[in-house]
Write a protein that binds this ligand. Structure first.
Ligand SMILES: Cc1cc2nc3c(=O)[nH]c(=O)nc-3n(C[C@H](O)[C@H](O)[C@H](O)COP(=O)(O)OP(=O)(O)OC[C@H]3O[C@@H](n4cnc5c(N)ncnc54)[C@H](O)[C@@H]3O)c2cc1C
Length: 352
């Protein structure tokens, strides 16, 4: 059970830190079932920034050397990498969302409803669907097997699988989810697919599952090319913070203290809804001239903030976004593959 508070996230972090070194490196790929302790289970907290990436990495490096905790730290940076990559290619997100809308409005493949109801006939898939729906979480290796079986054995559109995940995962995230599904399907690293096999599943589930009849071939999917990448903006604060400031929080970043420090707007009134009429009412009642908001990366919150900016602007209220230095420093390096990005990690973790 994940308690959605910062205090619970910090407790979970403290409890996991001793295991983030050699234990994690050795055991992390095993999925022993919902009672697992070999991975941190921190993703719902980090994804919504109830606990930030910086805090997680700092806590781990206070206890372990970067060498010992390298694997764990790299995993945290996968999240940063995916966000930075998508930030530079917003069209990948827009096209995916459009394709999901079109697929859901059309004739769905006949077996889709059975698969998402946990009736695919593949015992492992059905158990994973139940775990996902009941707990909002799946182990990383299981997400890879799930996506691979969805695309290559069940031959369902990857977009519908990514959409199913994002509707049920507590850590559901535009970048990590969409781009991981694309990676399995051979779209992200062009031509390189991920094929789940019976042996690998049996080995890493410690024999809990050994599904047979899986696809033995994974031919990469194809797609129209995307427009050229757009550079990440260089400034962390995208406007002038006025005198009467309100802080608007949203699900991309729920840790206000360090943000307030960054925007120099301590003492701001705080609202936790991006619904335009609620924000306009709040800004009017408090006579605000500026609404400061954590930067929202490419995804649904960004889309809502873009609309809100126009509505607030019409009332003479500026919407100023504040991006964390963690993101501003790392994202420009996420322009190519993860391996060149990974080389930057030792320099990035020293950033405060
Ligand atoms: C098809 C597919 C879909 C995914 N969808 C999401 C998603 O919607 N949201 C999401 O947060 N992650 C997603 N992931 C990445 C990964 O599976 C989860 O972040 C991880 O399983 C979270 O569990 P944990 O906190 O116990 O991880 P740990 O192993 O304890 O890792 C520590 C932290 O590192 C980060 N991390 C670890 N692995 C990855 C990874 N492969 N990519 C990005 N960050 C990672 C997470 O913040 C995690 O909390 C997906 C992976 C796949 C293969």
């Amino acid at each position: 059970m994940t308690t959605p508070t910062r205090a619970a996230g910090l407790d979970a972090l403290r409890a996991f830190v001793p295991h983030a070194g050699a234990d994690y490196r050795r055991d992390r790929n095993h999925d022993t079932g919902p009672a697992r302790t070999n991975v941190s289970g921190l993703s719902p907290y980090i994804r919504h920034r109830l606990v930030t990436e910086q805090e997680v990495v700092d806590a781990v490096l206070d206890r372990h050397s970067l060498h010992t905790a390298e694997k764990f730290v790299q995993e945290v940076f996968w999240r940063t990498y995916w966000k930075g990559w998508l930030e530079q290619r917003p069209e990948v997100w827009r096209r995916y969302r459009g394709e999901v809308r079109d697929l859901l409005a059309g004739d769905l493949p006949a077996h889709y409803e059975d698969v998402v109801a946990g009736r695919s006939g593949i015992e492992a898939m059905d158990a994973w669907v139940r775990e996902l729906v009941e707990t909002g979480y799946l182990h990383n290796h299981t997400r890879m097997w799930f996506a691979s079986i969805w695309v290559f054995t069940l031959e369902l559109p990857w977009q519908l699988g990514a959409d199913f995940f994002s509707r049920h995962l507590l850590d559901g995230d535009a970048a990590s989810n969409t781009l991981s599904w694309r990676w399995v399907a051979g779209l992200q690293t062009r031509g390189k697919t991920y094929l789940a096999t019976t042996e690998n599943i049996a080995r890493y589930t410690d024999g809990r599952f050994a599904p047979t009849g899986l696809a033995t071939e994974a031919r990469a999917l194809d797609e129209e090319p995307f427009p050229a990448a757009v550079p990440v903006p260089s400034d962390d604060v995208d406007g002038r913070v006025g005198e009467r400031v309100g802080l608007l929080l949203h699900e991309e970043d729920l840790e206000p203290e360090s943000l307030l420090a960054a925007s120099r707007s301590s003492g701001a009134t705080v609202l936790n809804s991006v619904e335009p009429s609620a924000v306009l009412g709040w800004a009017g009642a408090a006579n605000l001239d500026t609404v400061v908001v954590p930067y929202a990366p490419v995804g649904p919150v960004r889309e809502r903030l873009d609309l809100l900016r126009t509505r607030l602007g019409a009332e003479g209220v500026a919407l100023v976004t504040v991006r964390r230095r963690w993101d501003g420093r790392a994202w420009p390096y996420a322009s190519r593959g993860f391996f060149p990005f990974r080389e930057r990690i030792p320099g990035l973790v020293r950033v405060r």
